[in-house]
Design a protein around this ligand. Structure first.
Ligand code: MGD
Ligand code: MGD
Ligand code: SF4
Ligand code: MO
Length: 685
């Protein structure tokens, strides 16, 4: 093995790193991380030969009885079993009874192949993926207003040049530590940062202003900021006239968001609201960035919209070192939402219900457009629908990460047949009939699209362990047995993806593995091989029908579940620096788990005192859906009416509310009502 330049397996920053022959990871001077890595990236190589690695397919000793132990099986036997179950379900209940659930960690090639596998080999409408739980609200708002959903419409380095940055529900100090170099550089140069977060996170602690709203009230906050901007004459009237539509309705919708009313709704003092507007409107280039804290609500789409409206009204979008962006989360969270894993989508960010899109993609796939299924159901709706009988899960640990996880587990148990492909036996795999071992990042080729829309290359440094197949090989073999030949070679799949995406919104037609290598990644859209790619969007127009951004009036709605006497506090959930997502990977990394061995609920000392809770006690959190026991971490950095829990361990999602946003179908991960008590066993530890 020689040293291989590649990228981190985890988040959307996709830091450049080099895997040495000794299997050590060294940071690389790639444009996003410039030599930085976080603790997760540094330790990622530990998973390559981890003793927990899945190395053979597993099936149940008693077929059909998922309480019986697993036994090792051959691939041939396993494929036979899967195909038999798919055919049986589809014969009995129809095509859509078999489906798949994908992940934003999959390479573009795998995400594309999975979408095609379900539509063409299974001929089923049943597919969605974990990005529904991640990016869907901001994506929906961006699509309907800007005509395109590329998380950051500018390279990350532009953030260092903005004079003011408002971060709403984003904690990059923990979620993407190397990205802080751009915020730090800006600050050193006099830029002002405003963080909107119910907790004083590491990101908030370094900011000029910290606004600490009650979870679920960002829409009121953003409308309140726009109200002030309108009153104080900060609206860029020329920009609004020339480049947008819909502002009159937005203006009237903001009329009633008087600062004192917004203070009452959000808990953010009026003077801070005014100071925020002054900073965004008067200091030069300004950016508004949202992440999951603002978006993962049952009104998440309209909340993202409210921040976007503010950016448009101030004339920020498309101006140098200015604009609105959303910080994408998973390794390929961006590319994973472009090429057909989404229930309503075809490659190139095309819509499944658009006849021209169907005709184009069907011709690339060599099928009749009429054979393609229509749009399917969104993640939570598909997973909880009794019509789904056979499910293949790739790259997601929904038993831990989906909302109302007790119900999700019940539904997974009730399936006729569950197949899970993973590197390790996840909590979801533990519920499966069949577990398929798969290759991981350093063992296969592929492309990823990072948070900036930069398409990069993940290179194969070593072969998978003997007997382990890549997801592409697994899907190709399943397809073959269902009667269709598909390639399992990443390059061949990428060439097909280029053709399928050509002419679409997310156009990859001009991107090649060679160009990616030479150019430190290529930004989509990139329609031809001599096109330079598009690092910055919206300079002259928007890819909407009339070339203008379509602003939309939005009004505040309370979270689907509000605190009451029985459940008096708001629970919000999110991330810790040392763990990643459902934890199925990082909980197995020694140094990370030594640094943070268990879930800690963040509780304000006043709230703790009321319930006789001391720092380090075990506490029981209860919601209408379930209970979870976590260790208390007392901190005056959180609002006294709010509790924060990480979702990297089973527990938090037993509590969360699956109330879905009507537009994006995003669940309310960031606000539900809970009660808290000191857990009796807490005294012993
Ligand atoms: N260490 C680590 N890094 C990660 C990940 C990980 O699991 N671990 N996951 C990656 C992925 S997939 C994603 S999507 C990103 C997510 O990155 P972020 O969105 O930055 O992370 P979160 O912790 O989910 O939420 C951010 C903040 O929102 C705050 N918040 C909660 N409720 C509200 C609210 O109602 N309004 C506002 N304004 N803020 C609120 C929380 O207190 C939290 O500090 O991180 C990526 N990076
Ligand atoms: N309460 C609460 N819940 C949340 C969130 C929250 O903020 N609060 N955030 C939501 C968000 S933003 C997200 S993105 C989701 C993430 O939640 P999940 O979808 O569960 O994400 P991961 O834990 O990354 O799961 C990926 C799984 O795939 C495996 N894997 C990695 N690479 C591959 C591969 O190439 N192929 C295959 N087959 N498997 C692979 C990993 O081992 C892991 O088991 O959680 C959501 N859930
Ligand atoms: S910030 Fe994200 S991409 Fe970079 S090393 Fe950490 S987990 Fe990996
Ligand atoms: Mo995410």
């Amino acid at each position: 093995m020689t040293a291989t330049d590649t990228h981190c397996p985890y988040c959307a920053l996709q830091c450049g790193m080099t895997l040495t022959p000794e299997r050590k990871l060294e940071p690389r001077d790639f444009p996003v991380n410039k030599g930085g890595l976080c603790a997760k990236g540094f330790t990622a190589a530990e998973l390559l030969d981890h003793p927990d690695r899945l190395l053979t397919p597993l099936v149940r000793t008693e077929p059909g009885d998922r309480t019986s132990p697993f036994r090792e099986a051959t691939w041939d036997e396993t494929f036979d079993l899967i195909v038999e179950q798919i055919e049986k379900a589809q014969r009995t209940y129809g095509r859509d009874s078999a489906g798949a659930f994908g992940g934003g960690g999959l390479t573009n090639e795998k995400a594309y192949a999975l979408g095609k596998f379900v539509r063409v080999s299974l001929k089923s409408a049943s597919i969605d993926y974990n990005g529904r739980f991640c990016m869907s609200s901001a994506a929906t708002a961006a699509n309907r207003t800007l005509g395109i959903d590329r998380g950051l419409p500018f390279p990350l380095e532009d953030v260092a040049r903005a004079r003011t940055v408002l971060l709403a529900g984003a904690n990059p100090a923990d979620a993407m530590p190397p990205s802080m170099q751009y915020l730090d550089a800006g600050r050193e140069d006099g830029a002002r940062h405003i963080v909107v977060d119910p907790r004083r996170t590491a990101t908030a602690a370094g900011a000029h202003l910290h606004l600490q709203p009650l979870p679920g009230t960002d829409l009121a906050l953003a409308n309140g900021l726009l109200h002030i901007a309108i009153r104080e004459g900060y609206v860029d009237e020329d920009y609004v006239r020339d480049r947008t539509t819909g502002f009159d309705a937005v203006r009237s919708a903001c009329n009633s968001y008087w600062p004192d009313r917004v203070e009452r709704m959000t808990g953010v003092p009026e003077n801070r609201l005014r100071e925020t507007v002054r900073l965004i409107a008067t200091q030069g280039p300004a950016m508004i960035l949202t992440a999951r804290g603002a978006e993962q609500h049952s009104n998440g789409t309209d909340t993202a919209q409210a921040y976007l409206n503010l950016a448009l009204a101030l004339g920020l979008v498309g101006r140098p070192f200015s604009g609105y962006g959303t910080i994408t989360g998973q390794g390929n969270g961006q590319g994973g939402r472009e090429h057909g894993q989404k229930a309503d989508q075809l490659p190139g960010y095309r819509k499944l219900d658009d006849p021209a899109a169907r005709a184009h993609v069907a011709s690339v796939w060599g099928v009749d457009p009429d054979e393609l299924p229509g749009p399917g159901k969104s993640a939570y709706e598909m997973l909880t629908d009794d019509a789904l009988r056979v499910l293949i899960v790739l790259a997601s640990n929904i038993a831990v990460s989906a909302p109302h996880s007790n119900h999700i587990r019940r539904k997974l148990r009730a399936l006729d047949f569950l197949v899970v492909s993973d590197i390790f036996l996840s909590e979801t795999a533990e519920l499966a009939d069949v577990v398929l071992p798969t290759a991981q990042w350093a063992e296969e080729e592929g492309t990823m699209t990072n948070l900036e829309g930069r398409v990069i290359r993940r290179r194969r440094a070593l072969p998978p362990p003997p007997g382990v197949r890549t997801d592409l090989e697994m899907l190709a073999e399943l397809s073959r047995r269902l009667g269709r030949e598909e390639s399992s070679d990443p390059r061949t799949v990428f060439e097909e993806l280029r053709r399928a995406s050509a002419g679409g919104i997310a156009d990859y037609a001009g991107i090649t593995y060679e160009r990616i290598e030479k150019e430190d990644g290529v930004f989509w859209p990139c329609p031809t091989e001599d096109h330079p790619g598009t690092p910055r969007l919206f300079e002259h127009s928007f890819p909407t029908k009339d070339g203008r951004a379509a602003m939309r009036a939005v009004v505040h709605r309370d979270p689907a579940e509000m605190p009451d006497q029985a459940f008096p506090y708001v629970l919000t959930t999110g991330r810790n620096m040392q763990q990643y997502q459902s934890g199925n990977q990082t909980r197995r990394v020694r140094t990370l788990t030594a640094a943070l061995p268990e879930a800690r609920a963040e509780i304000h000392p006043d709230l703790a005192r009321r319930h006789g809770i001391a720092d380090g006690d075990l506490v029981e959190l209860r919601s209408r859906r379930g209970t979870a026991v976590l260790r208390a971490r007392l901190t005056d950095g959180i609002r006294p009416d709010t509790v924060f829990a990480p979702f990297h361990w089973p527990g938090a999602n037993a509590l969360t509310d699956p109330a879905l946003d009507p537009h994006s179908r995003m669940p309310a991960f960031k606000a539900c009502a809970v009660a808290i008590t000191r857990h009796e066993r807490g005294a012993e530890t």
